[in-house]
Design a binder for this molecule. Structure first.
Ligand code: BV8
Length: 263
């Protein structure tokens, strides 16, 4: 992009009348679709105030080593450190609300025939916004299980040790989320594959598209004939596959798409 184009675009965005153009071809396609999927990553929660992972300035992975906090080996080396890393994230999630991007996806579920959210996020904000068909590929930060036997921990009443211990087997309790090197829930994978193969439109929203097998669903959708819509202020590793690209924030684009769908 030429320098003058860049600054013109930035000026237009600062201009109050700037409105994101939503192609009518996309709206027509959505209205005539049987199945639509929204695949989301940390970027859709950024406007709620939650950090993303790989932003070099303030991403979570710029503050800690991935291998120390997002792997079972890291937990075994220092369970207290990992427990406190996730406790601090849980505290932040408790303090935020879904943003217009989450709310717009919840509205799309009501406006469209069949609509699923496949999310890599563990913050539960899609459900809080009203989405009911949400597949949490990487788990949920408010759920817990024990490290050795995956005993599900319903509630953490009395905590007299950090991390707390499993009442059944005595091993440390950990967040029920998927760390690197761990398998995703097979039911989630199978359902995600089915709806991705079937979908007519696949939105890829707020994800750098570098984590697998999750990012593989973008390719699977394209291979099965879906129209791919990427919503991300930055280019991603899968941008080359997209039929529509909105280099914008999801909290700005998604409500505009809902406005057009309601006309
Ligand atoms: C597994 C825990 C089998 C939860 C996370 C195939 C090829 C290559 C590697 C592999 C492969 N298969 C397996 C691997 C290994 C590995 C992997 O993918 N490595 C990659 C990094 C090379 N995968 C695994 O280990 C997976 N398990 O495959 O099991 C197996 C078993 C043994 C051995 C081998 C295989 C498990 C993956 C799950 C890992 N768990 N986190 C948590 O802590 O939250 S990953 C972490 O990355 C999060 O879960 C996150 O959801 C995920 C993806 O990140 P993003 O959501 O995309 O966030 P990111 O910051 O990267 O990007 C944000 C984007 O938002 C940016 O593009 C930004 O521009 C944009 N944005 C910002 N603001 C906005 C916005 N967009 C819109 N609007 C805005 N306002």
């Amino acid at each position: 992009m030429l320098v003058w184009q860049h600054y013109t675009e930035r000026f237009l965005k600062m201009n109050r009348n700037y409105s994101i153009d939503i192609p009518q071809s996309l709206i027509k396609l959505l209205k005539t679709s049987k199945t639509v999927v929204a695949f989301t990553g940390a970027g859709i929660s950024a406007e709620s105030g939650l950090s993303t992972f790989r932003n070099p300035i303030d991403g979570l992975y710029s503050k800690v080593k991935v291998e120390d906090v997002v792997t079972p080996e890291g937990f075994e080396r220092n369970p207290r450190f990992v427990w406190e890393f996730y406790e601090s994230r849980r505290e932040k999630v408790r303090q935020v609300e879904p943003n217009p991007g989450h709310v717009a996806l919840a509205k799309m579920e009501k406006l469209l025939t069949e609509f699923y959210v496949i999310t890599q996020n563990v913050d539960g904000l899609h459900q809080k916004a009203g989405s009911s068909k949400v597949i949490e590929l990487h788990g949920n930060i408010f759920k817990n299980k024990c490290f050795l036997n995956n005993h599900y921990i319903e509630s953490l009443d009395v905590i007299n040790e950090i991390p707390p211990r499993c009442p059944i087997c005595g091993s440390y309790i950990r967040p029920d989320i998927v760390w690197f090197g761990e398998f995703l829930d097979l039911e989630n994978i199978s359902l995600s594959e089915t709806v991705t193969r079937d979908c007519d439109v696949f939105f890829s929203i707020g994800t750098s598209s570098v984590v697998y097998p999750a990012a593989g669903f973008i390719v699977l959708a394209k291979e099965n004939g879906a129209t791919l819509v990427e919503i991300n202020p930055e280019e991603t590793e899968k941008s080359y596959l997209a039929d529509y690209i909105f280099r914008e924030k999801s909290g700005a684009v998604l409500p505009r798409i809902v406005d057009e769908l309601m006309k």
